[in-house]
Design a protein around this ligand. Structure first.
Ligand SMILES: *[C@@H]1O[C@H](CO)[C@@H](O)[C@H](O)[C@H]1NC(C)=O
Ligand SMILES: *[C@@H]1O[C@H](CO)[C@@H](O)[C@H](O)[C@H]1NC(C)=O
Ligand SMILES: *[C@@H]1O[C@H](CO)[C@@H](O)[C@H](O)[C@H]1NC(C)=O
Length: 652
């Protein structure tokens, strides 16, 4: 029996090895073939791709062929811009490039319908602007492109509706559709990370969804029929004297719609409760169907409900009980939240979050988690109570939770000023002022303190935060940072955690598949670099699987600082409006950020060291007297290339 089994497994191993070998030789020889085949369907009148002939397109990270972007010997991008190209974009052939992540054919003469791009599932960016593409784009044209971050289709002749699959892309950051002939309404985009949206100069009409109300008005200009949001308010009738009567009609329509929605949700609720009491005395609560409903009908914005008396029967109300982890809060239950006006705040990587304004009390945020179903009720409760005991001025307190087997809700306070991510990356779009250097420093100091507190209070967690990133740092009115979504690693399903959480993007996880006590320090480092550079870290992350040599924001900073043999001014976010005399301190913080990102965990600072170093950073380089002499000297210094500063910056 045993020898036989061994023989089988050996044979299996052999087959695997054979297949493996075949695959490597295939991919090694074929990227050139794939590109040549791709080229053959192009019409390259100017012979721009003349050097696409012999040899390998890529050697290491170096490209031998024009317009090819390489990483580790494979093609990860094609940048064929301004080449007068025409013909067919042969997507099926491109499937032969497994590392392909970015494609640009901007400023060429391609025409015809939108290529069937969704076959390239791993694509992160696609630039087709300024060609002659035309026709309608099917609604599902982008379905399943879960990595797509940037899509630029400006300056073509696309018409018809904006494809609805765009609203579902979880990672979309930039969408540029201006200068086409799109018609119909602007759809509701679910992404709360959307940094750039431009639909100007099309033929769109109707109201701009509320979620886009904060975008720059130039994103919508040149569409005769659009209204609302950043543009002038919608009035159904054009003549002004009709305005009041027409707005009351709108009100009536709204009231009716709200009424109908309320009835539907009520019926669903009652059905749910009925079914529950009929079937069994199960302890499982019904899904918060009301919240769900509101979310999917969120086009209506907020709408208020009357009180659903029908369900206020004691035992059933029990099902909606929130468990409070804090004593100092006024109690409410899920029904109060359901009765409150809910508004979707965004869908993060774990699920949606909603803002619910209680009638009596303050506004709360309810976050849904579906990826917490591997922990039992006891364990979950225990952990939530532990998180509920945390108190720190830089932590957003957990207030309550709701437990169901397949789904958990976490309730916390609503913070008016929103997240740091919005301030860093879409202040233009949302008309908010950029954060200046003193504020950014204050944020860094606060976050570091909050994180240090977590290290102290949750010593048993390897990564006490685990998911530190700019969208999990909220800002109070006085720009004091409040860290949120901390301490969740023990309750998130392991497989989801690895896909979604920041800790699992760290170099140590990518290389050795493990996180360490210093993993959160890396996240803090990336956050510091993000705060100082204004760059969005996710844009620098390579796909984890292939990259042993990791690419992150720190790599970029090192690269820029390394190439410029002088004051690396372009590293810093220009929006920061640094006053002269703070450059030295900014650079100091930048270096601290880089030290935190140190790929070698042994060499990376520990929490205590980091907090000390950060606390030493000041707004100004020195006192005022010295500052003026420094300022007058600064021209000389920068023309000398600041070589002494740099030699200290670069060795990382
Ligand atoms: C949108 O595109 C138009 C050109 O059609 C440009 O003028 C405008 O500045 C763009 N707006 C944004 C926010 O990018
Ligand atoms: C809108 O964008 C334009 C250019 O993109 C800029 O000049 C203008 O200041 C922006 N407006 C707001 C309110 O941010
Ligand atoms: C580069 O390719 C080699 C051989 O295919 C592989 O061993 C290595 O892990 C790859 N490195 C990266 C960074 O992908």
């Amino acid at each position: 029996m045993a020898p036989q089994a061994r023989a089988t497994s050996l044979a299996l191993l052999f087959v695997v090895l054979l297949l493996d070998g075949a695959a490597t030789t295939f991919s090694a020889s074929s990227e050139a073939d794939v590109l040549l085949k791709f080229k053959s369907s192009l019409d390259d009148e100017k012979n721009a791709l003349a050097n696409w002939n012999g040899g390998s397109p890529c050697i290491g990270d170096q490209a031998n062929w024009i317009g090819v972007l390489c990483t580790n010997g494979s093609v990860w991008g094609l940048q064929l811009e301004n080449m007068g190209l025409e013909g067919e974009i042969d997507v099926n052939t491109l499937l032969g490039l497994p590392s392909l992540r970015t494609l640009s054919f901007m400023n060429n003469n391609f025409d015809g319908p939108m290529p069937e791009i969704k076959k390239l599932e791993a694509l992160k960016s696609l630039f087709l602007s300024y060609n002659r593409f035309s026709g309608e784009i099917p609604a599902n044209a982008f379905e399943g492109m879960s990595y797509l971050k940037k899509l630029h289709l400006a300056g073509n002749q696309f018409k018809g509706a904006i494809p609805s699959s765009l609203t579902q892309l979880p990672r979309l950051l930039e969408l540029s559709l201006e200068g086409n002939q799109f018609t119909g309404q602007v759809p509701e985009f679910e992404q709360h990370d959307l940094l750039l949206l431009n639909v100007s100069n099309n033929q769109l009409d109707g109201p701009i969804p509320a979620s886009l109300a904060n975008m720059n008005s130039s994103s919508f200009s040149g569409n005769k029929g659009l209204c609302g949001g950043p543009l002038s308010p919608c009035t159904p009738a054009s003549s002004p004297e009709k305005k009041s009567s027409s707005s009351s009609t709108t009100m009536m329509i709204f009231a009716i719609v709200a009424g109908v929605l309320f009835l539907i949700t009520l019926i669903l609720l009652i059905l749910c409760l009925r079914r529950q009491s009929h079937t069994s005395q199960s302890i499982e609560a019904p899904p918060p169907s009301n919240l769900q409903k509101k979310a999917s009908f969120k086009e209506e914005g907020h709408f208020r409900h009357g009180s659903p008396d029908h369900s206020s029967n004691g035992k059933k109300a029990e099902n909606f009980k929130l468990s409070f982890v804090r004593e100092d809060r006024e109690k409410f239950d899920l029904q109060d939240l359901l009765k409150a006006s809910a508004e979707i705040l965004g869908s993060g990587c774990f699920g949606s979050s909603y803002k619910a304004a209680l009638f009596t009390g303050p506004a709360m945020v309810v976050k849904r988690f579906r990826q917490m179903n591997n922990v039992g009720r006891e364990e979950f409760q225990e952990h939530m109570r532990r998180l509920g005991r945390l108190r720190h001025p830089n932590l957003l307190p957990l207030v309550a939770y709701y437990y169901r087997k397949e789904e958990k809700l976490l309730v916390s306070d609503y913070v008016e000023n929103g997240s740091l991510a919005v301030y860093l990356h879409s202040n233009h779009a949302r008309g908010k002022p950029a954060l200046d250097w003193p504020t950014r420093l204050k944020v860094v100091k606060g976050v570091a303190k909050g994180l240090a507190y977590l290290y102290n209070e949750l010593p048993s967690l390897i990564a006490p935060h685990g998911h530190l990133k700019s969208s999990n740092v909220l800002l109070t009115e006085s720009f004091e940072p409040l860290v949120t979504d901390y301490g969740l690693i023990p309750v998130i399903n392991q497989e989801n955690a690895q896909d979604l959480m920041v800790a699992y993007k760290s170099p140590e996880y990518l290389q050795n598949k493990r996180i360490t006590k210093k993993t959160d320090i890396w996240s803090l480092g990336i956050l510091i670099l993000e705060i100082l550079t204004g760059k969005f870290p996710a844009n620098f992350l390579q796909q984890g699987q292939q990259g042993s040599d990791q690419d992150d924001l720190a790599t970029w900073v090192r690269l820029v600082a390394g190439e410029a043999d002088q004051w690396p001014a372009e590293v810093f976010d220009k929006e920061m409006r640094a006053k002269s005399g703070s450059e030295g301190e900014m650079l100091r913080l930048l270096k601290i950020g880089l030290r935190c990102c140190e790929g070698d965990v042994e060499k990376r600072w520990d929490m205590k060291e980091v907090v000390e170093k950060i606390e030493e950073v000041r707004e100004k380089d020195t006192d005022d007297e010295f500052y003026s002499s420094y300022a007058s000297e600064s021209d000389v210094r920068s023309s000398r290339g600041l070589s002494d500063e740099i030699s200290y910056t670069i060795p990382i």
